[in-house]
Design a protein around this ligand. Structure first.
Ligand code: RTP
Length: 152
């Protein structure tokens, strides 16, 4: 079934914020035709980040990942549109920038897996969980007048 309203959680990590890449990343999602549903700058606590990355607990890189993610503010966003989860991941590029194609966010701006600029939900189910975790207050409803020019 076509779902033009699929949602994904996209986050600019602290390195992306520090390096001034927020506008570029937002511009890519806007330009692709996704609708911005929620956005905020958050300096997350280690406890909050441990919840976000709970599936990775026990991995050798886990403590370093939490330290990196808590080192500065992140930009938390929800984007909506056709196949938002899969397309969002494709726009981010492979987790390890070594394998990220040029033209993707990581392929254009990152070199190391532990400083890979951005996060994107890897399934619709995880997107729902992450959106609830980062936006317990809910998201904003408004009409997107461009929809007829982006979807059939
Ligand atoms: P993300 O959740 O950040 O979008 O990344 P992902 O799904 O593409 O990859 P995942 O395996 O869930 O890893 C989460 C983040 O952990 C860091 N990482 N470091 N040093 C390492 O070997 C290593 N492996 C993963 C990366 O920042 C990765 O995005």
């Amino acid at each position: 079934m076509v779902n033009n309203a699929e949602r994904t959680y996209i986050m600019v990590k602290p390195d992306g914020v520090q390096r001034g890449l927020v506008g570029n990343i937002i511009g890519r999602f806007e330009g692709r035709g996704f609708k911005l549903i929620a956005l905020k700058l958050v300096h997350a606590t280690p406890e909050h980040l441990e919840k976000h990355y709970e599936d990775l607990e026990g991995k050798p890189f886990f403590p370093g990942l939490i330290k990196y993610m808590a080192a500065g503010p992140v930009v938390a966003m929800v984007w909506e549109g056709l196949d938002a989860v899969k397309t969002g991941r494709a726009m981010l590029g492979a987790t390890n920038p070594l394998a990220s194609a040029p033209g993707t966010i990581r392929g254009d701006f990152a070199l190391a897996v532990g400083r890979n600029i951005c996060h994107g939900s890897d399934s619709v189910e995880n997107a729902e969980k992450e959106i609830k975790l980062w936006f317990p207050e809910g998201t904003v409803q408004y009409t997107h007048d461009l929809a007829g020019w982006i979807f059939e």
